[in-house]
Design a protein around this ligand. Structure first.
Ligand code: IPM
Ligand code: MG
Length: 358
C-alpha cells in the first residue's frame, strides 16, 4: 500500500524550500520505486488568511490520516499583531499536540565541507554529531493556567505554568535511551533542578528510568545554563541530550549554529507509533522570503529523516544524504553557507543539484 504524505508549505520561505524537497520525493517515487502519494494543505499564516484559522479542521483531518507530514515553516511579521490564539505558530503547536508528536529529534551534525562556516574554531566543532531529544507536547508551552490578567491594583500580570507528569518524562527519557543505544550510549539530561521543582521531578524520573531499563547507557545530568555554556565551549562532549520543551527549543538553536548554519538542520517530531512530522528547525525567515535565497537542504534532509523514522526506507534516506554530501563536495553553497572559493547558488539550483545527484 502506498504511503500518504501530507505537504504543508506554510509561510515565508516555507513554500520555496518545500518545493525543492517535494522534487526530491518525486524523484524517489519516479526513479527509485518509492511508493507514496502526496497531498497538500494550508497551515500557519497562509491558512489564517484563507480560512481564518492557522490550523483549519480540513488540514488537521488530512494530518491525522497521513503516514507522515512534511512542513516548511510558519509565521511572519504580517501576523504578529494577531491574537496569540490564532497566530501562525498555533498551527504548528496544534499539530504537535493534536497528533501527540511528543518526541522531537534534532540532530546537529557538522558537515566537514562546512567546518569553515561555523563561528567556532574548526577544532572545536569538527566531527560534531549531537542528537537533541526535545519533549514537544508538554511543559511550559502547553501548561495551564496561562494568560495575562489584571490584578486588583490595576497592574497587568503575565503567567505560564511549567508542568510535567511522570509518564511524560518517562516516555521521552525512553526515546533518548533507545536512540543512545544506536549511537554512543551516552545521554545527558538537561534540567534546572536546582531551582524548579518540576525539573527536580524530571531528574528523579529520568534517573529511575535509566537505572531500571537502560543500565547499559551512561546517564548524566546538567543544569541548562551550564549546558548552554558547554555547548559552545566543548560541544563534542555530548552524544544525546534530552530536555524539556522550552530548554530544547533554546539549546537546539544554539547547537544548530555550531554547525555553521541553521539552514542545514532537519528535525523529526514523532508519536508513540513513529508517525511523524518533519521540518527544518529554522523558521520562516520573512526577510528573505520569495527571493530564492533560502537554503533548502534542511528540508531535504528532513525528508531523509522521514524515510528513516516513518517510512522504514533507510536506504533511500542514505541516497538523499549522499546526494547532499555530493553537492557540498561540488562546492555549491546557498548564501547562508557561502565561503570563499565556493559557488553561490539559489534555492532552486540547490534543489536541482540534489535531484541530479540522486
Ligand atoms: C521551533 C520553533 C517553534 C517552537 C515556534 C515556531 C513555535 O521555534 O520549532 O523550534 O518554539 O517550538
Ligand atoms: Mg525554536
Amino acid at each position: 500500500m502506498s504511503k500518504n504524505i501530507l505537504i504543508l508549505p506554510g509561510d515565508g520561505i516555507g513554500p520555496e524550500i518545500v518545493t525543492e524537497a517535494v522534487k526530491v520525493l518525486a524523484t524517489l517515487r519516479d526513479n527509485h520505486g518509492l511508493d507514496i502519494e502526496m497531498d497538500e494543505a494550508l497551515v500557519g499564516g497562509a491558512a489564517y488568511d484563507a480560512a481564518g484559522h492557522p490550523l483549519p479542521e480540513a488540514t488537521l483531518e488530512l494530518a491525522r490520516e497521513a503516514d507522515a507530514i512534511l512542513l516548511g515553516a510558519v509565521g511572519g511579521t504580517k501576523w504578529e499583531s494577531l491574537d496569540i490564539s490564532v497566530r501562525p505558530e498555533k498551527g504548528l503547536l496544534g499539530l504537535r499536540s493534536e497528533l501527540e508528536l511528543f518526541a522531537n529529534l534534532r540532530p546537529a551534525i557538522l558537515y566537514p565541507q562546512l567546518a569553515g562556516a561555523s563561528t567556532l574554531k574548526p577544532e572545536v566543532v569538527s566531527g560534531l554529531d549531537i542528537m537533541i531529544v526535545r519533549e514537544l507536547t508538554g511543559g511550559i508551552y502547553f501548561g495551564q493556567p496561562r494568560g495575562i490578567r489584571e490584578l486588583d491594583n490595576g497592574i497587568k500580570q503575565g503567567f505560564n505554568t511549567l508542568v510535567y507528569a511522570e509518564p511524560e518524562i518517562e516516555r521521552i527519557a525512553r526515546v533518548a535511551g533507545d536512540i543512545a543505544r544506536k549511537r554512543n550510549s551516552r545521554v545527558c539530561s538537561v534540567d534546572k533542578a536546582n531551582v524548579l521543582e518540576c525539573t527536580e521531578l524530571w531528574r528523579e524520573v529520568t534517573t529511575a528510568v535509566f537505572e531500571k531499563d537502560y543500565s547499559d547507557v551512561a546517564l548524566s545530568h546538567m543544569y541548562v545554563d551550564n549546558a548552554a555554556m558547554q555547548l559552545v565551549k566543548a560541544p563534542k562532549q555530548f552524544d544525546v541530550m534530552v530536555t524539556t520543551n522550552m530548554f530544547g527549543d533554546i539549546l537546539s538553536d544554539c547547537a544548530a549554529m555550531l554547525t555553521g548554519s541553521i539552514g542545514m538542520l532537519p528535525s523529526a517530531s514523532l508519536d508513540a507509533n513513529s508517525k511523524g512530522m518533519y521540518e527544518p528547525i529554522h523558521g520562516s525567515a520573512p526577510d528573505i522570503a520569495g527571493q530564492g535565497l533560502a537554503n533548502p537542504l534542511a528540508t531535504i534532509l528532513s525528508v531523509a529523516m522521514m524515510l528513516r523514522y516513518s517510512l522504514d526506507e533507510p536506504k533511500m534516506a542514505e541516497l538523499i544524504e549522499n546526494a547532499v554530501n555530493k553537492v557540498l563536495d561540488d562546492g555549491l553553497r546557498t548564501p547562508d553557507i557561502m565561503s570563499e572559493g565556493m559557488k553561490q547558488v539559489g534555492t532552486e539550483a540547490m534543489g536541482d543539484a540534489v535531484v541530479a545527484a540522486l
